[in-house]
Design a protein around this ligand. Structure first.
Ligand code: UDP
Length: 325
């Protein structure tokens, strides 16, 4: 099969590309390298087994011609190109909204033109400020005011979901929507705010681990290879078309527990430093206090169950970062 991955040089996209290349497929990547990086796919490009099966186009998905040609060539499309990371979104609000809304609309338009099945990577952010758990795909959503720019990301991804579902309903486009819950693993960078690579990097340098707020906010982390397997299986499942799925782990963890676990697993001399949100992000910031998925829907459809547990994923990230990558 020919697989198009927008954002294929990103953290999740590069793992997805690798999985398809290992399966023997041809992979076409389009990436503007804004938050993605050539380093993420260097090993794939240099692997003789993947020779002549990996094709990279460095361009934005907002540019018409490349996207038109690539969508025409490929059998299915994974749309992962998006502005990612809380810090990145706060620092680049306009560009993030444009990439997420206009970029996704372009991808959907092309997929509709060529009748190609498309999987959209959405996010657990779309649920907003809930404190109950677990979050079910049909739950209401709760956002803060538009002065708090964090929610622009949630709102823009929600618009992506609406647009995709509208293409499904009105144009018969085969869309699958996945809400990813804090995906982690090797090659994820802490540069855009992601907590695990930041904590591991701090711990390996014996620097204080910067826990924002009181550290009692929770997340449910998911190992990237579990996410990739879920995306591939959903893409092959006719029952997934027109549906929204949570893709996430099962172990809810406070950020303080995470920091302590990273210190224990690295054997670091680091301490934990609590940093007020205002100091970390300015006054117009609100965090999500709790984020736990229900994975009943995806489990029922494709038997999804994460294989790598919390300690397992931390160990893999630590090993990767210790090797200097
Ligand atoms: N966080 C933290 N210290 C950091 C980076 C993040 O305490 O150096 C917190 C952040 O405030 C949030 C959680 O870790 O409560 C997860 O943050 P991340 O940016 O990884 O993901 P998201 O907020 O999108 O879930």
């Amino acid at each position: 099969m020919k697989i198009l991955i927008t954002g294929g040089a990103g953290f999740i996209g590069s793992h997805l590309a690798e999985a398809y290349l290992q399966r023997g497929d041809e992979v076409y990547i389009i990436d503007d390298l804004s938050t993605g990086s050539l380093d993420n796919i260097k090993a794939l490009q240099q692997n003789p087994q993947f020779k002549n099966r990996l094709f990279l186009t460095v361009n934005t998905i907002l540019e018409h011609h490349n996207l038109l040609e690539l969508t025409g060539i490929c059998d299915v499309v994974f749309h992962l190109a998006a502005a990612v990371g809380v810090r990145y979104i706060l620092e680049n609000p306009l560009e993030s909204i444009r990439t997420n809304i206009q970029g996704t609309e372009k991808v959907l338009e092309m997929c509709a033109k060529f009748k190609k099945r498309v999987l959209i990577a959405s996010t657990s952010e779309v649920y907003g400020k809930h404190t109950h758990a677990p979050l079910v795909e049909t739950d209401n959503i709760i956002y803060g005011p538009s002065s708090k720019f964090r929610w622009s990301y949630a709102a823009s991804k929600l618009m992506d979901e609406f647009t995709a579902l509208a293409y499904f309903r009105t144009r018969g486009l085969q869309v699958i929507i996945t809400r990813l819950f804090n995906t982690v693993g090797p090659r994820q960078t802490g540069a855009y705010g992601m907590v695990i690579p930041r904590f591991v990097s701090q711990a390996l340098r014996d620097r204080p681990l910067t826990v924002y707020g009181d550290g009692r906010q929770t997340r449910t982390f998911t190992y990237v290879k579990d996410v990739v397997e879920a995306l591939m299986r959903l893409m092959e499942c006719d029952g997934a078309v027109g549906e929204v799925f949570n893709v996430g782990g099962t172990e809810e963890t406070t950020i303080l527990e995470l920091a302590q676990r990273v210190i224990a697993l690295t054997g670091s001399a680091s301490a934990v430093e609590l940093i007020p949100y205002e100091k970390a992000f300015g006054k117009d910031f609100e965090d999500m206090q709790r984020r736990v998925p229900s994975i009943a829907k995806i489990r029922a459809l494709i038997g999804f169950a994460p294989r790598v547990d919390f300690d397992g994923m931390l160990r893999k990230v630590i090993a990767h970062m210790r090797n200097g990558s």
